[in-house]
Design a protein around this ligand. Structure first.
Ligand code: SF4
Length: 727
């Protein structure tokens, strides 16, 4: 189908592309101005489009569940660092509530350049399908997809096809997923883009990938039988090509942030050489105990330096080239390198691996008791190639390993298969079996953590004749709302516990409120400061998701001017936030402070909570909780491992001298400590509800929704449910 497009205005294309796969219906609709100005873009816009299409009975695999891709008005503008992001939004087959995941690369920018602020896809195709949005010809087509189960074979076929049709590699950006997405509920979506700067075998240029990993949206894509979504486009030309209200202001803001990144990163985190895996050393510090080891049992390990950022930077990453996942990002954290595969059907082949990022490095490394970077990179590659989320895969594996450790599972239950800490060969076998659903264990593991708990409990009862161990398993099955934890051990950060439990509405992920690092650094000395942080940080973090921005240039590059500010939270990096405000105001023609800009995020935070409440009803607050393992020591031996820290905390709680605490029995101390931490967490969550204007049940009050103007955007069904559950 042919379509029209107009030049970008204030970063918007002002059109939405809707595709119904059941009947190949394609529609290009004007973006409603009120909707645009209220929901801004990205995640907020995606959630609104989702809300319009679903009701409480809709499931993730229903044809009417839309899969939405939405960049944002500040995405795709290379004059400012970190404008690579696009959001994927849909009902999640893993959690059954709205799933949201951001990804980098060129796809979001190209979608906008091709003429669209969002793409929404409903229906289920009758065969494997490829959607092509051709921004050059202004044409959309739905075609038969190349046959391939695996992402990197598919990548080659797709690129060859478009090169044959006369396109250059730099014109092509696409999304794909693989067999693992079809066979699990936690498929990832790969975002492919051409990096012209990376040297390869005497030539230059390589297709690279970023992933929308969380909440299983690759499985939705696979279920709709979408093998790939391709956008062909080019950067807009001319002066002020993105339609900024004040282009000079935008360029000036971009240059300012660029200079801060250039000056600070080489002296601080060195993201340009270590990538985000550099965080391993920080989390592993003795005083923080926040690197998950052996399924979050421990918080540091002497072997961690073997998998830290320096290890990759010195031995494995290929530093030549730019490593920005979008032009203009001089933080350049998208690292990668070559490894030789030791397993699977490509065994013996040398492959390019994009990553690992911190989450994957900790997930397949310390949390599985594995200390070889090559293993981690191989596991990373297989997951990308099969189209499976690395975090979910790794955390589910860690849970299974602990079940073997504690004899909740034995080889008798799993046809002789055994998954133990540090066994790389078995771990790789598990990943291959998972992708193809080869064994009873991997078939059930592919459904998610909650289904796995039930299965293991049943196996245990059948084998031992003992009582059902479900409540014991739930203590160390690291999930919230069905979403396995991202890789932070939260014992020493109450703020992060509350963030995983309640502030992150997709489940236990750090995108909404990554508070662990600043909490460990002492940013929130009082209970009130913690409660405030649960409001302010998600506003900024999810606000970035609405705008199409990467968080790393503000969160990982501390502007020295922020340190000079008085009477404010310097950890939110206020001096850099002001630069972002200039960018926003310059593009959109507004005149707002950064605080006011990000306050707007309350709209979509509330919308997401409304949708969760539509799924959970009055049980909503019951889902805002985390397993015991995330709160503190789940057994005496784990208390003793961090005895000095735990005793010290107990001494404050009980107002007793430390010598008196040392004389108490460990079991008694642990019980008091766990009770206290749980009470504190519950208290913090309740304050968070109050601050948000939600009921004690965690449901937005009608008055709150009216005050922020969201009420009129809600469906009649949503209004009915919220009114009922408010009572
Ligand atoms: S900081 Fe890293 S992830 Fe973010 S846009 Fe830059 S290169 Fe991409």
């Amino acid at each position: 189908m042919k379509y029209n497009k107009t030049p970008l205005v204030h970063g918007y294309a002002n059109q939405i592309l809707s595709i119904e796969l059941g009947n190949d219906h394609i529609a290009v609709n004007q973006l409603d101005q009120h909707v645009r100005d209220y929901f801004i873009g990205g995640r907020g816009m995606g959630l609104y489009l989702l809300h319009k299409k679903v009701n409480p009975a809709t499931t993730a695999y229903d044809a009417q569940n839309p899969l939405i891709f939405s960049p944002g008005p500040l995405g795709g503008i290379p004059q400012f660092p970190g404008t690579s992001k696009c959001m994927a939004v849909s009902l999640s087959p893993l959690t059954h509530i709205p799933g949201v995941s951001n990804f980098g690369g060129y796809f979001g920018a190209y979608l906008k350049y091709a003429g669209f602020d969002a793409l929404e896809i409903t229906g289920i195709a009758s065969g494997n399908t490829m959607i092509v949005i051709d921004g050059f010809k202004r044409e959309i087509s739905i075609t038969k997809a190349p046959d391939s189960d695996q992402v990197f074979d598919l990548e080659k076929t797709i690129i060859d096809q478009f090169i044959r049709e006369g396109r250059q590699k730099k014109d092509i950006a696409f999304l794909s997923t693989g067999i693992g997405a079809a066979n699990t509920t936690y498929g990832c979506i790969n975002s492919h883009y051409f990096d012209a700067t990376k040297p390869v075998d005497g030539t230059k240029g390589l297709f690279r990938t970023k992933q929308a990993g969380r909440t299983g949206l690759g499985s939705v894509m696979s279920h709709k039988r979408i093998t790939a979504v391709v956008v062909l486009a080019e950067f807009p030309h001319g002066e002020n090509p993105y339609g900024a209200a004040d282009w000079e202001k935008v360029k000036h803001a971009g240059l300012k942030l660029h200079n801060i990144v250039k000056e600070i990163d080489p002296k601080a985190l060195k993201m340009h050489s270590k990538g985000s895996a550099g965080l391993i050393s920080f989390m592993n510090k003795d005083e923080y105990q926040s690197l998950p080891v052996n399924n979050y049992q421990y918080g540091s390990h002497p072997d961690a330096p073997q998998i830290c950022g320096t290890a990759y930077a010195e031995r494995l990453f290929e530093h030549r080239g730019m490593d920005g996942c979008f032009p203009g990002c001089n933080l350049r954290c998208t690292k990668g390198g070559w490894v030789m595969l030791t397993s699977g059907e490509h065994k013996g082949q040398k492959v390019w691996v994009d990553g690992p990022e911190y989450e994957t490095a900790a997930g397949f490394g310390s949390n599985l008791g594995m200390w070889h970077p090559e293993f981690i990179m191989e596991a990373n590659w297989h997951c990308d190639n099969y189209g499976m989320d690395t975090i979910t895969t790794a955390v589910i594996m860690a849970f299974i390993m602990e079940c073997y450790q504690r004899n909740y599972l034995t080889q008798e239950d799993t046809d002789g298969f055994d998954l133990t800490w540090g066994d790389e060969k078995a771990a790789l076998q598990f990943i291959h079996d998972l992708a193809y659903r080869k064994t009873a264990l991997t078939s059930i593991a592919g459904l998610g953590m909650l289904e796995l708990i039930t299965w293991i409990a049943e196996k245990y009862v059948a084998r031992t004749g003992k009582s059902n161990p479900r409540s014991q398993l739930e203590k160390f099955a690291m999930q919230t709302k069905g979403l396995p934890f991202s890789l932070y051990r939260t014992h020493r950060s109450l703020s992060m516990q509350a963030s995983y439990a309640a502030a992150s509405d997709i489940g236990a992920h750090h995108a909404a409120a990554w508070l662990v690092k600043v909490d460990l650094l002492g940013a929130f000395p009082t209970f009130e400061a913690r409660a405030r942080a649960l409001i302010t940080y998600p506003r900024v973090r999810l606000g970035n998701d609405n705008l199409g921005l990467c968080k790393l240039p503000w969160v990982d590059v501390f502007n020295p001017e922020s340190g000079l500010r008085k009477d404010t939270d310097i950890y939110i990096n206020p001096a850099s936030q002001e630069i972002y405000a200039d960018f926003y105001n310059g593009m959109l023609g507004a005149n707002m402070t950064w605080e006011k800009i990000f306050e707007q995020t309350d709209r979509d935070i509330n919308l997401q909570r409304v949708m969760n409440a539509m799924a959970y009803g009055k049980e909503t607050c019951g889902h805002d909780w985390i397993p015991d393992r995330a709160i503190g020591p789940t057994e005496d031996v784990l208390y003793e491992r961090e005895i000095d820290y735990n005793d010290q905390q107990l001494s404050v709680i009980l107002n007793k001298d430390i010598t008196e605490i040392k004389q108490m029995k460990t079991a008694d101390k642990r019980e008091i400590l766990m009770r206290h931490r749980k009470e504190e967490l519950r208290k913090l969550i309740n304050v968070y509800y109050r601050e948000r204007g939600w009921t004690d049940c965690g449901i937005p009050k009608v008055d709150t929704l009216r005050q922020i103007g969201l009420w009129n955007f809600l469906s009649e069904k949503a209004k009915e449910i919220i009114t009922q559950t408010n009572g």
